[in-house]
Write a protein of this length. Structure first.
Ligand SMILES: [Zn+2]
Length: 403
């Protein structure tokens, strides 16, 4: 498996070679199977149904913590991680910034393909997505079929990598929390295990009513690895200005996720809108908000701000009171005032379910004891330790494979 060229299609390589039916009794089968739909069914049998297969509910951080550089080990168990937030998308290529790659139309690996020299070229999306939970971040590659099943880019796709397509993809992945089915993959080149995303689906939408997700609210073991983005009741956030770090529930992070609602507090005009000195068209907008996770007795107010061209900050300037936004925030030079890294509108029909799920995450951040591994433990032993500290149904799941 090539490291770069071959990277495309690993996750979606499907068994198209099928069966060769030419002589003897098979000849009759071949005749029966001339109906194309039947042929397809047969050749697709060997593929695993990642969407439906059983999986062990886990946290992202505990799986990432099981990875030890230099230790390769075949681990077959399928894990399921719910409530993942995607903070960024980038090209899978290190030497270029392409989001759409030329692929072999027959096997979907990188084009031109040695196995199918006569096959046509097909444009397919492939992206590296950065997933975060409260305790860590981890990037996984998403392939064309996964991407297009999660985000509706039909109208803008047209096989061209355009700014419009990138915007739709970023906004699409930002509009929800995700549930991923993952497995460990041995990366021989880097001599390390890595997580491979086998299936991805919407878990909790910010832009639509949500199903009941309480079954996924388990007391799963977590491992503090850093680089995560904890959910923050802003009332409880502490800051270390020297390190540029925010801290909530004893988790240090450079950014936090918050659920805020525009309130009726009017800031002085010169504080609300400021022209950025460097660029004449850019504005800095500041707004007062209520934190929806800081308790209900009396609202906890904070200020949030963003800078950019007018079109990028209008939502902050013009959004009506009571409008709710999911925001990723960084600290500023001022106490209880935050810079907005990203935002997404939470529609009224989604507010209750998102609020209740984020309260669950906060309780996990406060209450769950962090699991830590002896540095000498191998990946397989870490996974065994992890299983021991899991609650039912994770611990007793039928998805565990001998390893
Ligand atoms: Zn091919």
């Amino acid at each position: 498996r090539e490291e770069e060229g071959g990277i495309l299609g690993i996750g979606e390589y499907s068994l198209h070679t099928g069966l060769r039916l030419s002589s003897g009794p098979e000849g009759k089968i071949e005749k029966d199977l001339q109906d194309e739909s039947q042929c397809k069914m047969l050749t697709m049998l060997p593929m695993r149904n990642w969407k439906e297969c059983e999986a062990v509910p886990s946290s992202l951080s505990s799986l990432v913590a099981a990875i030890v550089p230099g230790h390769l080990r075949k681990l077959n168990t399928v894990f399921e991680i719910s409530g993942l937030h995607i903070v960024g998308l980038s090209s899978v290529r290190s030497e270029s910034d392409e989001w759409i790659l030329p692929s072999c139309a027959t096997c979907r690996r990188a084009y031109p393909c040695q196995a199918h020299p006569n096959a046509a070229e097909e444009s397919r999306l492939a992206l590296r997505a950065v997933f975060v939970d409260s305790d860590c971040q981890c990037s996984m590659i998403l392939y064309h079929d996964t991407i297009t099943s999660c985000v509706n880019v039909g109208k803008v796709l047209e096989f061209k990598d355009t700014p419009q397509l990138r915007k739709e993809l970023l906004e699409g992945f930002r509009s929800a929390l995700w549930r991923a089915k993952v497995t460990f993959r041995e990366n021989d080149y880097h001599q390390v295990l890595e997580l491979e995303c086998r299936h991805l689906e919407r878990f909790l939408s910010f832009d639509a009513a949500n199903p009941d997700v309480s079954a996924a609210q388990l007391d799963l073991p977590r491992c503090f690895l850093g680089g995560g983005c904890p959910v923050a009741p802003l009332r409880e956030v502490k800051r270390d200005t020297d390190l540029g770090v925010l801290s909530v529930h004893n988790i240090d992070a450079s950014s936090v996720r918050a659920l805020v609602m525009f309130n009726n507090v009017t800031l002085p005009d010169d504080e609300t809108v400021q022209k950025e000195m460097q660029a004449t068209s850019a504005m800095r907008i500041k707004r007062s908000v209520d934190c929806l996770l800081s308790g209900t007795s009396e609202p906890f107010q904070s200020k949030i701000r963003a800078a950019g061209p007018a079109s990028a900050v209008t939502w902050l300037l013009r959004g009506p009171p009571q409008e709710v936004h999911h925001v990723v925030l960084m600290q500023t030079e001022t106490v209880n005032e935050y810079a907005i890294l990203s935002h997404v509108l939470v529609k009224p029909e989604a507010v209750d379910s998102v609020m209740s799920y984020y309260r669950y995450i906060c309780s996990q951040q406060e209450d769950t004891e962090e699991l830590s591994f002896e540095s000498t433990l191998t990946p397989a032993k870490r996974i065994r330790t992890l299983r021991e500290s899991m609650p039912t149904p994770s611990k007793t799941s039928g998805a565990w494979q001998d390893q």
